[in-house]
Design a protein around this ligand. Structure first.
Ligand SMILES: Cc1cc2nc3c(=O)[nH]c(=O)nc-3n(C[C@H](O)[C@H](O)[C@H](O)COP(=O)(O)O)c2cc1C
Length: 200
């Protein structure tokens, strides 16, 4: 039998196994992932977001759609994700198209969030200039007052995105830096995945 990462038919089966192991092994935030986007001018940027759901349609995260990343995605609906699970010495990379999730999915996730985070989603003008921290505190106080005694609705500018990958790469550390790299690729609209190994 070939040594190294065991090939599964789809990247989803392998991701599920590796993610479960990361959840057991990592001290915190095993679902933290780097999200790279590209602006209308072609400038890349990257930041951490949390993976909140995944299935065969793709990887989901939630954010303010009027943020810098939201502007990037409105101009250029492609992106890349990267997880590094230090305890396991593993990396996963996913690249593909990014689309908004349905309002139903965004509503369902927003409703599960703690009330403080719900208020924060209204109060934070994510990625915009904040003259003084006190301005943010005031917005939080105002929103808290506005929604007193009732459920906090999802702000129209806040919701989820799903990256549907056409390429997913699994990287496993090996002695002497002879790492193992397994890449899954899928043509747009297809469901069958091809695999190949890459030199480290
Ligand atoms: C561990 C961690 C988890 C984060 N999770 C999210 C998230 O799920 N959604 C989000 O909008 N920002 C999240 N952030 C904040 C982002 O990294 C970033 O600061 C913010 O989204 C603004 O990015 P932008 O200006 O590029 O749009 C997280 C940061 C860290 C360090």
């Amino acid at each position: 039998m070939e040594s190294g990462i065991q090939i599964a038919v789809t990247p989803w089966a392998l991701f599920r196994d590796w993610f479960a192991e990361a959840e057991a092994a990592e001290v915190n935030d095993p679902n933290a992932m780097s999200l790279a986007t590209v602006s209308a001018a072609g400038a890349p940027s990257v930041r951490i977001v949390l993976l909140k759901d995944y299935d065969m349609r793709g990887f989901c995260f939630f954010t303010n759609r009027e943020s810098r990343k939201g502007d990037d995605l409105a101009a250029n609906a492609r992106g890349a994700l990267c997880w590094h699970w230090k305890s396991l010495r593993r990396q996963v990379r996913a690249e593909g198209s990014i689309a908004m999730v349905s309002d139903t999915e965004s509503d369902a996730y927003f409703a599960m969030r703690p009330r403080g985070s719900q208020i924060g989603a209204w109060a934070s003008l994510q990625s915009q200039h904040l003259p003084a921290r006190a301005d943010f505190d005031k917005r939080i106080a105002d929103c808290t007052h506005q929604f007193e005694g009732r459920a906090v609705p999802r702000p129209p500018h806040w919701g989820g995105y799903r990256l549907t990958p056409n390429r997913v790469e699994f990287w496993q550390d090996q002695p002497s830096r002879l790492h193992d790299r397994l890449v899954y690729t899928c043509a747009p609209g297809a469901t069958n995945w091809a695999t190949e190994r890459l030199y480290p």
